[in-house]
Design a protein around this ligand. Sequence first.
Ligand code: DC
Length: 229
Amino acid sequence: MKKIIIAIDGFSSCGKSTMAKDLAKEIGYTYIDSGAMYRAVALYCMRHHLLPDGRIDEENLRAALPAIHISFVFNPETGKPDTYLNGVNVEKEIRGMEVANLVSPVAALGFVRKTLVEKQQEMGKAKGIVMDGRDIGTVVFPAAELKIFVTASPEVRAKRRMDELIAKGEPASYEEALENIVKRDYIDSNREESPLRQAEDALVLDNSSMSIAEQKAWLLAQYDNVVKA
Ligand code: DC
C-alpha cells in the first residue's frame, strides 16, 4: 500500500490530536504533534528566563534555538508519543495553562516557525505520517496527499478543554478555557507568519456534534479514498 502524508489542521482544542493519534495507530503510521513542539519552545522560554516583563526576549531565544532539542518517544501506557525537551520528558508541563497562555505568541515568531517547520519536514521525509497543527497542509507539507481541516464551536471546544484538564486533576474553569481558546484562535488566525488557514484542497470536518467513533470512521473513509484511488 502506498505511504502518504496526512495533514490535520484546525483550531485549538478541536480534538485534532486524538483523531490524528487514533488514525495513525489504526493505519500503522507515525503520529507527530507539531503543537507540542511550539509548546516545548514556550516551556523553554519560561524555564530560561526569556520572558522579562512578560515579553519574549527574542534575541536570546533566537540564540538559544540551536540548543533546543525536541523529540518524541512513544509511551505505551497512553498510546501517544511523549514530548522530550533536551532529553527530559515534559509532556505534562507543556499541557498546563501557563504554557497554553504563552504558546501562541511564541508560535507567531517567524524564526521559531522556520526552525520547527524544517524539523517537521525532516520527520515526514519517509512519509507514513499523520501530523497535526495549524499550517501542516499549507506550509509544512503543501503536497500532502490528504489534508483535513477540523473545526468546532468555541463553546464545545472550551468544554472539551475543561474536561481534559479536570480529568488530569488540574484546576480549570469553563470561562478561563473559553477565554484562552478565543484568544488563541485570534492570534493563530491573524498572525503574519503562516496564519491558521484552510488549505484550498483540504476536506473540512466540523466535529461539534460528532462522537469520536464517528470521526474515526469518517477519517478512515477519507484515507481509504486516497490510498485506494
Ligand atoms: O495544537 P496545540 O494547541 O497544541 O498548539 C499549540 C499552539 O501552537 C497553538 O497556539 C498554535 C501553535 N501552533 C502553530 O502555530 N503551528 C502548528 N503547526 C502547531 C501549533
